[in-house]
Design a protein around this ligand. Sequence first.
Ligand code: ADP
Ligand code: MG
Length: 208
Amino acid sequence: MKQGKFITLEGIDGAGKSTQLAWIVELLQRVGKSVVVTREPGGTALGEQLRAILLDKTMAMHAETEALLMFAARREHLDKVILPVLAQGQWVVSDRFTDASFAYQSGGRGLDSDKLAILEQWVQGGLQPDLTLFFDVPVEIGQERVSQIKNRDRFEQEQADFFQRVRAAYLERVKQFPDRIRIIDSSQSLAGVKDAVEQTLQPLLNYG
Ligand SMILES: Nc1ncnc2c1ncn2[C@@H]1O[C@H](COP(=O)(O)OP(=O)(O)O)[C@@H](O)[C@H]1O
Ligand SMILES: [Mg+2]
């Protein structure tokens, strides 16, 4: 059976990833794809427990601990969800994946990206998403959008300078992998972002 495709959504908090997820699923289902939606950190029973720890704002941890827990959750996610689902010919859409580790743990927290590259190779081998949508917004807009959230998590509660570094690291990844990662201008209206998503997915929607 033909392998499914693996699509990941990236961007700073408040960029609009979760909002666009339903639209992406609808576009794929319209052309007959069977789609599994998942997220990181999380996506498995163990991964969701690690997510709870990682997002708990009372849980202080070393930046390397944070990175290792992210990759531990990812190892489980690949084994239990991503790889088996793709092998069955279904498509996987994940709200965040490894680019987020480079953006948050390296860009945001300042970890050496070479260390993350070792974990990436260890956990994923050569596996990369087929397509990554990077929802890009200026930090002020992202911050404004999450300012409504009452109980912000350990990442959402970070300050603007943290998100500036995260965004810059994402843009570095885009430069490094221009064929895989596509930028979506998410400062537009919801309708504008939806159109941009549809255009960007078009080549995959036409794929047999
Ligand atoms: N293009 C947009 N214009 C205005 N508000 C938006 C837009 N996209 C998302 N939002 C709002 O911003 C907030 C954060 O969006 P969300 O999809 O949760 O972001 P993320 O998952 O990237 O953190 C939500 O309240 C959402 O309704
Ligand atoms: Mg979200």
